[in-house]
Design a protein around this ligand. Structure first.
Ligand SMILES: [Zn+2]
Length: 310
């Protein structure tokens, strides 16, 4: 689940104050890109980062997450699928980090902890931070991994102590991602690696679907980035980009079929079954589309690996 990094002020209307400038690069060249009442997405003309403005307060943001945001039924295929994809994700990172075989791993916004399991299997000592108590408890009980409930600001962590820090679809949920990246960089051990994967607002699919793009996920995705914005920020913090990948078979395909055929939850069972068949067929068609947009350099999801070579 999301990891709001700043506890919001108490507000009377459910929203925080508007940003006076871009919260990523501090430019005042802001335009409204999309409106999804009562929310508005603004885009910075200087850095092309997009963000919900004003942000919902904690109560409103929390209410925007459905109860089943993370699977917490041990026998469900969704739990097995979660673990499968987290193993896949970490497996794709490993060839870029050939000397990473020990040390501590931190996963921010770890959900039920699949990435922690995958890291443990590769010899690391994992620790997760997760805002959802239900997801954190399930991960601790079912997978036996160490997950602290709360936000990055809630957990005391020793500087320079992690060999690997991962944010899989977490950066876009943070209230102040610039500040959190600065802190995470300080937590990296010498030689440690930071891995960030999130939707790409410069994706071909984002341009195709506009305000209906699957990954906008208003208001839970408070920010929308692109590879240049994230890589430049990490390098300004002293890290070196090792790899940037623009394709993910699941998230990339979802940006096409999910934009055309949104959520199935809450539907009667026959309707869900019918939709599942449609989604399965669309997924098969969507995956090559996702690979093609990634080949163009504008994939729906990007993953950056950066190292602390100091
Ligand atoms: Zn900006």
């Amino acid at each position: 689940m999301n990891v709001p990094s700043v506890v919001s002020e108490v507000s009377t209307d459910g929203f925080l104050d508007e940003f006076p400038e871009c919260p990523w690069c501090h430019s005042d060249r802001l335009v409204v890109a999309h409106e999804q009442a009562p929310y508005r997405l603004r885009e910075c003309e200087s850095c092309s980062v997009m963000f919900v403005d004003p942000q919902p307060d904690d109560a409103r943001l929390g209410a925007s997450y459905p109860d089943a945001y993370y699977p917490t039924n041990a026998d469900s295929p969704e739990v097995r699928e979660h673990l499968h994809w987290k193993r896949f994700d970490l497996g794709r990172v490993w060839p870029h980090l050939p000397d990473l075989d020990s040390g501590r791993h931190l996963d921010v916004g770890c959900g039920i902890g699949g990435a922690l399991v995958a890291a443990r299997e590769r010899g690391l000592e994992p620790l997760g931070i997760e805002f959802s108590e239900d997801a954190a408890r399930f991960g601790r009980d079912h997978f036996g991994v160490d997950i602290r409930t709360g936000t990055l600001a809630d957990v005391v962590l020793e500087p320079s102590s992690f060999s690997l820090i991962t944010l899989y679809h977490a950066l876009e949920h943070l209230r102040d991602p610039a500040a959190d990246l600065e802190r995470l960089t300080e937590l990296l051990a010498p030689g440690g690696a930071l891995v960030i994967e999130c939707p790409n607002i410069r994706a071909t699919s984002a341009r195709m679907f506009g305000g209906k793009w699957f990954h906008l996920e208003v208001p839970r995705h408070l920010f929308h980035f692109h590879p240049d914005a994230v890589s430049a920020r990490l390098e300004s913090l002293g890290l070196q980009t090792v790899d940037c990948c623009g394709f993910h078979p699941a998230h990339g395909a979802a940006s096409f079929y999910g934009s055309l055929y949104p959520a199935q939850s809450g539907l009667p069972i026959l309707e869900r079954a019918r939709r599942k068949a449609v989604v399965t067929a669309m997924r098969a068609v969507a995956r090559p589309l996702a690979r093609f947009e990634a080949w163009l350099g504008t994939g729906s999801v990007f993953r950056v690996i950066a190292r602390n070579d100091s």
